[in-house]
Design a protein around this ligand. Structure first.
Ligand code: SRM
Ligand code: SF4
Length: 563
């Protein structure tokens, strides 16, 4: 027997290999009337089609006692490069959410929409509805390139629009070529299967892969958290190219030091027309060298940690046949959104509104879903989902601003004006009741915890202080918590790990400060720090910077390069 047997491929690798290019037995699973679920192998494959099988965790115990199968339903995520959608698309999603899902739309941290609670029997109708307005969910999840993020800023320059077009091209370029989606969901003619996948190959990537483009001075896409990031370099109003970043990622597991968040490395610069081939070859290096035996070690960040960034760059440049140019200088001011009304370079108006955790719903006087539907009926511009779960109603001609303003007000969509900066800038992942991996509440806990923290800030004379707070129900990092000034990462019901010391530019990872604490523990840990911050801060110093400078948390291992 060999001393070092080759480690076995993970089960998902076998499922992909046997799937006939992501078809599996999905068609049969959907047709099976005996269960609300799909076959176990298909639960892996449906991710590549933009969906997760879930069950309502609030009802799990009750249904178990009643000897019923869990309340299965599906989450469906759109592909929406750079988060831009038309009013017509909004109206269709709104209708699908009310007809087939739980009556809410969820704006995600990657600028996409999610529908929750779609029953198996309604999945086809929902996807077909989306396709009537040219929306799809292809590769929104799964071991492929996910939704491409891009600074959605309609305000500053024409070059921003050019950058967005690159995000769209990148998304299209990295789409899988399989026709499975069209056959299964849209009833398109069946092809034999086994289509060529020139970029991915037959088993796609070892793990999910994420790409994003940002335009300084905004780092709203948190470019250092992407597997593949691009920083647009604009000179004299023209896009001249992109700095290239590789190897970022947030996901970690509690108590497993082999998993960790990592900031991407800046590895050089490419011209705009080189972007697609650079991206394709980064994907191919990861396809060929990523770990297919251990899914907890399969992201690009681990390939780079294991082999070194110099190896990665040389492997990439070998495939490209040329060297990347030296990176250009860049500087970020912040990774948040600019709320309220802003006039764009083209004279049109743009309104950025905050919705807690990106959830668009009708609740009491807050008729957000209805309000945005009414706005979509009259709006001539577009909607832009931001990477911070916020929404820009974009491209409003001056004479139409009063009508939009009135709808915003009458539906409570102007609530963000009264929200504190802490609340407005906070992110929270979905967590319970739909997320199978949640260990604690996040979205549902956000309003309560921000109120409590705001109270403590006010008590220390820090009312209105802008501190970047992010909450997740588990350490996977869906709200990019490890880049926040204060992060709560779920550990168990009502208990969180507290991280401190990120910056507001998305360039420094925070550090674990307290482990497994409840609400009282969170307040007790932060209260003296708020007091010290009020007392000892330097002029203009942000809370995250203060916690590091004053030694409350250790300085980060290595700050992200400045280019
Ligand atoms: Fe995420 C898994 C929700 C952005 C890292 N994420 C999940 C799942 C699908 C749970 C599951 O696997 O069963 C969650 C579904 C919850 C639900 O009920 O809707 C989920 N992730 C989300 C969203 C909706 C959070 C939100 O509140 O907006 C975001 C959807 C983005 C999109 O439109 O594509 C979302 N997830 C992220 C991000 C942030 C980002 O990409 O900028 C991250 C951290 C960045 C990264 O990937 O490193 C992230 N999600 C994960 C991970 C950990 C991956 C890892 O490398 O370890 C998982 C778990 C996994 O993959 O095994 C995960
Ligand atoms: Fe679920 Fe964890 Fe992601 Fe939150 S961070 S949505 S709990 S996987």
């Amino acid at each position: 027997m060999s001393k070092n047997p080759t480690p076995a491929l993970s089960e998902v690798e076998h499922i992909k290999a046997r799937s006939n290019r992501l078809r599996g037995t999905l068609a049969e699973s959907l047709a099976d009337p005996l269960t609300g679920a799909i076959a176990p192998a298909d639960t892996q494959l449906i991710k590549f089609h933009g969906s997760y099988q879930q069950d309502d965790r609030d009802l799990r115990e009750e249904r178990r006692q009643q000897k019923l199968e869990p309340a299965y339903s599906f989450m469906l995520r759109t592909r929406l490069p750079g988060g831009v959608c038309t009013p017509k698309q909004w109206l269709v999603l709104d209708e699908l959410a009310r007809t087939y899902a739980n009556g809410t739309l969820r704006l995600t941290t990657r600028q996409a929409f999610q529908l929750h609670g779609v029953l198996k029997g309604d999945m086809k109708r929902t996807i077909q509805g989306m396709s009537t307005v040219l929306l799809d969910s292809i590769a929104a999840c799964g071991d492929v390139n996910r939704n491409v993020m891009c600074n959605p800023n309609p305000v500053d320059s024409r070059a921003h629009e050019v950058v967005h077009q690159w995000a769209v091209r990148l998304s299209e370029h990295l789409l899988p070529k399989t026709q499975a989606y069209y056959e299964i969901w849209l009833d398109k003619e069946k092809v034999a299967g086994g289509e060529e996948e020139p970029i991915y190959g037959p088993t796609y990537l070892p793990r999910k892969f994420k790409a994003g483009i940002t335009v300084p001075p905004l780092n709203d896409v948190d470019v250092f958290s992407q597997d593949l990031g691009f920083i647009a370099i604009i000179e004299a109003g023209e896009l001249i190219g992109f700095n290239v970043l590789v190897g970022g990622g947030m996901g970690a597991s509690h108590g497993d030091n082999a998993t960790f968040p990592r900031l991407a490395d800046v590895i050089g610069f490419c011209r705009p027309e080189q972007l697609l081939e650079v991206a394709e070859n980064v994907v191919k290096v990861q396809r060929d060298h990523g770990d297919r035996t251990n899914r907890k070690h399969a992201r690009l960040k681990y390939t780079i940690e294991d082999r070194g960034i110099a190896w990665f760059v040389s492997e990439l440049e070998k495939r490209l046949g040329y060297a990347l140019q030296p990176a250009h200088a860049f500087a970020f001011e912040h990774n948040g959104d600019r709320f309220g009304w802003l006039q764009g370079h083209d004279g049109r108006w743009n309104l950025t509104i905050h919705l807690d955790s990106g959830r668009v719903a009708d609740r009491d006087e807050q008729r957000h879903l209805t309000g945005l539907r009414e706005i979509a009926r009259v709006h001539k511009g577009d909607f832009r989902l931001t990477p911070n779960q916020n929404l820009v109603i974009a491209g409003i001609p001056s004479d139409e601003r009063p009508a939009i303003e009135a709808l915003v007000k009458s539906h409570g969509l102007d609530g963000f004006l009264r929200a504190t900066p802490l609340r407005r800038n906070a992110l929270a992942c979905v967590a319970l009741p739909t997320c199978a991996l949640a260990m604690a509440e996040a979205e549902r806990y956000l309003p309560q915890v921000t109120d409590l923290l705001d109270e403590r800030l006010a008590a220390h004379g820090l009312a209105g202080e802008n501190i970047l707070l992010r909450i997740t129900g588990c350490p996977n990092g869906c709200a990019r918590p490890y880049l926040a000034e204060i992060a709560l990462v779920g550990k168990a019901p009502g208990r969180y790990n507290l991280f401190l010391g990120g910056d507001a530019r998305g360039q420094r990872l925070n550090r674990l400060y307290r482990e497994n604490i409840d609400e009282a523990g969170i307040l007790a840990a932060l209260d003296p720090l708020f007091a010290a911050f009020k007392r000892d801060r330097l002029p203009g110093e942000a809370f995250g910077d203060f916690t590091v400078r004053s030694g409350h948390v250790a300085p980060p291992p290595a700050p992200a390069a400045k280019g």
